[in-house]
Design a protein around this ligand. Structure first.
Ligand code: PLP
Ligand SMILES: N[C@@H](CCOP(=O)(O)O)C(=O)O
Length: 459
């Protein structure tokens, strides 16, 4: 399998190089040049199989890995999950389900890809006898999952940029309490978009990038999207695919998770509706409504992991919508950074609307959804999942509607308690999280300060 950049000006790479590169050298995101097909017979055969079996079948054609080695990596990646099904479905209404993606070690959907990427990096670094520097941006969950996946590895140094004061206390402590010296939580005086812009700027400084052997673990890395596409396949076949179509509503910020759904759809999974659900940082919903993609300031919400306005993976969707015209995408991205937004052509909007629908939830609607689902079903939703369920309810159709339950409610106890009156408990293995000492470095929102910090740590 070969991978090309969405901006068309970077070398075509194989799987391992793509994953190790993270972001393409022209600033674009890597996508496969062709897609494998999951035909009806294959999908039917996956029904009733373990999550690991489905993952192997879905991911193998995208990699240059031997089947046994990939199988071993997948087994190791999911061995620490707290649910035998890994991604269980829970029915909350006659036609509505939750896909629980929070049974991994850090209680959010990020563990599905991050645990897998940890295996890929370790394998590659051992063979190459090399070291990697990971720099990631987080609005709370990616950072926790990355620190968990990479802590203690002797061939990886991991730096996570988080927006100071804008993640939940549980999320912050998950990042600041691990004691292994190769993982670093760095609070940036800014929002998530600032953190992500710093990461991208480091990638675009090729001398720095090569000096530190930089890689990415945000969903700009293709391996994130690939690993996240597996749970669409596993849940769709469990609900009756290929004979029955399934719809999904995805709490959305950086667009990685919903793009993984589109990947599953394009591989042949019968997905009827694919619905973007945003909180009041609703740039994607506004884009779908108007065709204008314009940044506003990031507003803090009770679903902080979705407090994002520069949605990196939307670039991958645009690349498809513009018939894989890298020059057109590069031009739009240039307008986004110089003018704060761009207009999408009618043709491209038509292509986007064929795949995606959208909706958004206010703060009040999010809290009301947590409250009403708890009262009616006893299920406790995290605020991100509640955004999804609110939007899903408005987009129900003839097919089962699945909302991705992207995080455990105990990561956001204040918002959940305010809505339901009861405080969700962390699993026993995390019971002492609030007693553990924290370790965090604070930096201004300044590229040079950050590069200096990283180089001084490394060399
Ligand atoms: C709990 C939670 N829900 C939803 C999202 C949004 O996912 P994506 O950024 O892939 O759109 C995130 C962050 O990525 C998250 O942490
Ligand atoms: N919501 C994320 C933001 C980063 O998204 P990613 O999927 O691109 O890593 C977070 O919680 O950090």
């Amino acid at each position: 399998m070969k991978y090309q950049s969405t901006r068309g000006r970077a070398p075509i790479l194989g799987f391992e190089e793509t994953v190790l590169a993270g972001l393409a050298r022209d600033g674009g995101l890597y996508v496969p040049t062709e897609l494998p097909h999951l035909d009806a017979g294959t999908l039917a055969d996956l029904r009733g199989r373990s999550y690991e079996d489905v993952a192997l079948r879905v991911m193998l054609p995208f990699t240059d890995l031997d089947e046994t080695r990939l199988g071993d990596m997948i087994e190791a990646a999911y061995a620490g999950f707290g649910h035998a099904a890994r991604a269980p479905l829970v029915q909350i209404d006659a036609d509505q389900w939750l896909l629980e993606l929070f049974h991994g070690p850090t209680l959010a959907f990020k563990d599905f890809a991050m645990q897998f990427i940890g295996q890929v990096f370790q394998d590659a670094m051992k063979r190459r006898g090399d070291r990697l520097t990971i720099v990631g941006a987080t609005s709370g969950d990616t950072g926790s999952a990355a620190i968990e996946a990479f802590r203690g590895l002797d061939n990886v140094e991991c730096f996570i940029l988080l927006p100071e004061g804008r993640v939940s206390e549980v999320q912050r402590r998950q990042m600041t309490t691990p004691t292994e010296p190769n993982v670093h939580a760095i609070a940036v005086d800014g929002d998530f978009d600032d953190c992500q812009a710093l990461v991208k700027a480091m990638f675009n400084d090729h001398a720095f990038r090569d000096r530190v052997n930089l890689t990415a673990v945000n969903s700009i890395n293709w391996a994130r999207v690939l690993a996240q596409s597996v749970y669409y396949v596993s849940s769709a076949v469990a609900l009756g695919a290929p004979e029955r179509s399934v719809s999904y509503t995805v709490p959305t910020g950086n667009f990685g998770d919903i793009f993984a759904g589109d990947l599953a759809r394009r591989m042949g999974v019968p997905i009827d509706r694919l619905v973007i659900a945003t909180n009041r940082n609703d740039i994607l919903h506004r884009t779908m409504e108007t065709g204008e993609h314009r940044k506003e300031g990031v507003a803090p919400t009770i679903s902080p992991s979705m407090d994002i306005q520069v949605s990196s993976n939307f670039e991958r969707a645009l690349f498809r919508a513009y018939d894989e015209d890298g020059n057109a995408v590069a031009q739009l991205m240039e307008e986004l950074s110089s003018e704060g937004g761009f207009s999408i052509s009618q043709g491209a909007m038509g292509a986007l609307r064929e795949v995606y629908r959208s909706g958004c939830a206010s703060e009040e609607e999010t809290a009301a959804t947590i409250r009403s689902i708890y009262a009616r079903t006893g299920e406790v939703l995290c605020p991100h999942t509640a955004v999804g369920v609110k939007v899903a309810t408005e987009h129900r159709g003839e097919t089962p509607m699945v909302t991705l339950a992207t995080a455990h409610p105990a990561k956001f106890p204040d918002a959940v308690e305010a809505a339901t009156g009861s405080r969700p408990a962390l699993p026993p293995r995390m019971a002492d999280l609030f007693e553990r000492p924290e370790r965090i470095t604070t930096v201004p929102n300044a590229l040079d300060a950050l590069k200096t910090l990283i180089e001084e740590t490394l060399f």
